[in-house]
Write a protein that binds this ligand. Structure first.
Ligand code: F0G
Length: 486
């Protein structure tokens, strides 16, 4: 199954990401008129998380739990073994984890952040510092809940929107070494590495970099925790971009990465196109440290809060992660979208990463100060212009510091997720078309301000409002340009 040849050339020379699957089950979509889209924004506090899907045309909020499942996953769900304890479904999953991630102890949890909660509960103490390539929102929230802090150790190139660096997710090993010397190993419970660094635009790290991080970890006797939620995509980009692995298979690359980590956790909502999550390790001490926390927070150790049907889908999905034809579809669609938009002048995070296409709101909305949330504004404006729901990945997604001050994000991005095997190329072309239109009318986009700000993870349910009547002006221009088109 692994490393099937996915290089298919078109005679005409065009670089088209040809689908290597066929569609067998479909879901009807609606594109509601722009006036309804404005109402929906007001009802949802100008926060795309709060839109309901009946108002959404293409749902590019996330790939989490929205990747298309395969026929094999669906059929596996039918032979799930319902049992509170000792379910055969769990043993099939355990075998898949051992085969794919090469770790023999598995703790199932209901999703990725549950793994973060358990790891933080077990290992993070007040005043601890956790070095990482970059934070993910939920990982940071759990670490800070237990009194820990983080240090983000990327190379400068990672913060450049427009770059040709193949591995912007690499951890800065020189800074890591210096930080450990300064902080003392007793204050560092583990080093966290996130595959396909989500918040800087789905950017991978290389195996060479991971080997260097391993060396530093070994020098100081520290554990490496790998967030493997986007491991398949990171491995795929290693095959594409790291010369040493040009002829390797997905399985080989994933095995090398897994082997370099002491503890792996993941959101199965991403990794295996299912639901659920897990923590796995070959270290019995770690397993013992975490074991009691699973029944406390999640459920018994052979289901961890996941339905047995989803456990079956997860097991099959893990094996399918080794199939390059499955993994390559989303990154290739993303590259197609990013490259087309870049050619038309729209500022995008480059090189194209995984999970989604990332639009640089800081440049597009240069006239909107960070205090008025340029990425949030762009996400709302793009929904208005297209019915497409993206996600703000900027200062709205940041949390306030301990004194309650705003912390402004390094990047203000609109993320347009491309879940695996969900969209067609004409839908991607629609996204491109409407985004080019919005870019050319960017001066009409205005800012937002909070009217309701939750204390934790405010971006999920927070409510905002426009700082002026800019949405009405954008609608007027849309009508002038598109007439009665939706
Ligand atoms: N780690 C990474 C790298 C993630 O991208 C996510 C989720 C999690 C952990 C948490 O997993 O959602 O199953 O609890 N990312 C989703 C996203 C939410 O839209 O990027 P979870």
């Amino acid at each position: 199954m692994s490393n099937e040849n996915v290089k298919i050339k078109f005679y005409g020379g065009e670089d088209i990401p040809l689908e290597l699957h066929k569609v067998r089950v479909v879901q009807k979509l609606n594109l509601v008129p722009i006036e309804r889209r404005l109402e929906a924004l007001h009802e949802g506090g100008f926060n795309t998380f709060r839109l309901t899907t009946k108002d959404v045309f293409l749902d590019m909020l996330t790939d989490s739990g929205t990747n298309a499942m395969s026929d094999m996953q669906m059929s596996a769900m039918m032979h799930a073994d319902d049992a509170y304890a000792g379910s055969q479904s769990f043993y099939r999953l355990q075998k898949a984890v051992e085969d794919v991630l090469k770790k023999k102890y598995l703790l199932p949890v209901h999703q990725g952040r549950a793994a973060e909660n358990i790891l933080s509960n077990a290992y993070v103490r007040k005043g601890n510092l956790i070095p990482m390539n970059y934070h993910f929102t939920t990982a940071l929230a759990h670490i800070t809940q237990y009194g820990g802090h983080i240090a983000e150790l990327l190379y400068d190139e990672a913060y450049k929107i427009d770059s040709t660096h193949p591995f912007k997710g690499n951890m800065n090993v020189e800074k890591l070494d210096a930080l450990i010397r300064e902080t003392g190993t007793e204050n560092i419970p583990f080093i966290r590495l996130e595959a396909s660094t989500n918040l800087i635009g789905g950017q991978p790290f290389s195996i060479q970099n991971m080997r260097e991080v391993r060396k530093v970890a070994d020098k100081y006797g520290l554990r490496i925790v790998l967030d493997a939620s986007l491991l398949g995509e990171n491995a795929y980009l290693i095959l594409q971009r790291e010369p040493e692995f040009a002829g390797s298979s997905m399985g080989e690359v994933i095995a090398i990465m897994s082997d370099l980590a002491d503890i792996i956790y993941f959101s199965a909502r991403k990794l295996s196109s299912s639901r659920g999550g897990g923590i796995c390790t070959n270290d019995l001490t770690v397993y013992r440290d975490l074991e009691a926390l699973v029944p406390l927070f999640e459920g018994f150790l052979t289901y961890g809060g996941i339905s047995v049907r989803e456990i079956e889908a997860m097991a099959v999905g893990l094996y399918e992660t080794l199939d390059e034809t499955m993994i390559c579809q989303s990154p290739r669609f993303i590259a197609y979208l990013v490259n087309s938009l870049t050619r038309k002048g729209v500022p995008m995070v480059t090189p194209p990463g995984v999970l989604g296409a990332h639009v640089d709101a800081m440049q597009i909305c240069a006239h909107i100060p960070q205090t008025q949330y340029p990425a949030g504004s762009l996400a709302a404006a793009f929904y208005l212009a297209s019915g497409v729901r993206g996600m703000e990945r900027g200062s709205v997604s940041n949390q306030r510091d301990e004194q309650g001050n705003e912390t402004y994000a390094d990047m203000e991005l609109l993320r347009l997720a491309v879940p695996r095997r969900v969209f067609t190329l004409s839908q991607i072309k629609y996204v491109e078309d409407r985004l080019v239109w919005l870019y050319e009318n960017r001066d009409l986009i205005g800012g937002l301000r909070f009217v309701y700000e939750p204390r934790v993870l405010r971006f999920f349910m927070g409510g905002l409002e426009p700082t002026s009547d800019w949405p009405a002006k954008l609608i007027a221009k849309f009508k002038a340009d598109f007439g009665d088109s939706l």
